[in-house]
Design a protein. Sequence first.
Length: 321
Amino acid sequence: MALSACASPAQKTSSGDASRTVSVQSCGQRLSFARTPGRAVALDQSATETLLALGLAGRMAGTAFLKADISPPYQADYRKVPVLSAKALTAEGLRNANPDVAVASFTSLFTKDRAGTREELHRLGLPTYVSAVDCPKDNTAGLTPFDLLFQDYQNYGRVFGVTDRATRLVAEQRKALDEAARLKGGLKGPVSVAYVYSVFNGTPYVAGKGGIPSEISRLTGVRNVFDDVGEQWPQVTWEAVAERRPDVIVLGDLTTQASPAGNTAAQKLATMRAHPTLSRLPAVRDDRTITVTAIEMDPGVRSVNVLRALVDGVRRFGHAR
């Protein structure tokens, strides 16, 4: 695999400094860049939109795994980036793009049957960056999922020489977190939520402990009913959702060919309304559901949208002042 980064001319950072060797940690691996990458490939939509938010469309050699419509602010730049695969990218597709770095939100995209393992890609000279949110055990103890997400932004800023943009993005999103945290003081009593991301073979995947939705619940004081499950995205049953009686249900909307059938928010709601037990749950019966684009529950630049949606919904449903 050719190392485009080694052949690229030196570039300048957004602060005006000439590029130099930059090293960052990513999910247990140390990555070093002698030149600013100019041919990045993003393996999923959340990673793609984060790079676009940092103004890096011109340095992207490809994108893959589109799960939903691209967010309007990034659509024009997205059209400039080659789409290598509508679904998960294969090792062949990745190699053909001749990248100098590959980035992803999840380690699961770097497997032998997908893009290849991180270890084998590194042996070929291709550094791989995975969101720190997906591997909390490899990071400093005590950091929240949003801290780790903002660490991603700052690392991208250093690697791609756009530190000013990364700093601004972190500041904007920390402000959104601070505003959402005010909900906790206005709750009228205990409020609980279930986050339903996707459905596969008739059973739902929900937010457990440790991911972005779990942290959203901690910030706002709205208890995640599956926060006792030590996985970020456990597969459960509809009966388990009913038994935990969430006051509010957040439904992820997945709308592209990369998503299994039955995964739009409307289809999920129809399934719950037809379920003999769930249909009697007040959150379903009284339509106390909130629709978000499912990838906004993944670590990425749109994660703060779930914060805002939950705060607005909890207030709209009368659970907070």
